[in-house]
Design a binder for this molecule. Structure first.
Ligand SMILES: [Zn+2]
Length: 171
């Protein structure tokens, strides 16, 4: 976000977390935690017809992006950082139903990733078994005197991924 000394003018709604104590110019409620500037005057979210939106703090980019996609009405929430002399994004205001849908999509993604990890782990385990079988057969071919169960044992140890024991065990 570019440094801005005045509230950034942008398409889409902008909600400000005031640094100073501010009251709504319309209903005089305050101090306000969040406000909208309308013609330079602060309005509370209710008077700005944004009271039904829920605040989603910044941090989870996927959830934020999807919440914005799923909300017909949304606003970016900023707060002035005095030290840096600029407004900084604090999060977004989105529709509760939109946030719920976005959370479902993120959960579905996490579930899909979990299933993929399990499939990958199963496939690797199968590869390990196939490798151990082939390796066992090769040990028996090279060392005909080696008992079958001993060859299987060696191959099993050697084919555990990342064991670093292939050379030593085979030797
Ligand atoms: Zn008000």
């Amino acid at each position: 976000m570019a440094p801005l000394a005045t509230p950034p003018h942008r398409t889409g709604l902008l909600v400000i977390q005031p640094v100073k104590r501010r009251q709504c110019a319309e209903c005089h409620l305050g101090p306000l935690r969040m406000l909208v500037l309308e013609d330079g005057s602060p309005r509370c979210l209710d008077c700005a017809d944004l009271g039904h939106l829920v605040f989603l703090p910044r941090g989870d980019t996927a959830l934020t992006r999807r919440s914005l996609e799923e909300s017909a009405l949304s606003a970016v929430v900023v707060r002035f950082n005095r030290r840096k002399s600029r407004y900084e994004r604090q999060g977004v205001l989105v529709e509760e139903a939109g946030l719920a849908r976005a959370e479902e999509r993120c959960l579905a993604d996490a579930e899909a990733r979990r299933r993929r990890r399990m499939r990958d782990a199963r496939r690797r385990a199968q590869e390990d078994v196939r490798f151990a079988e082939a390796f066992g057969a090769e040990i028996r071919r090279l060392f005909p005197g080696c008992p079958a169960d001993r060859a299987r044992d060696i191959a099993g140890h050697a084919s555990v991924r990342g064991s670093g024991r292939v050379g030593r065990s085979a030797a």
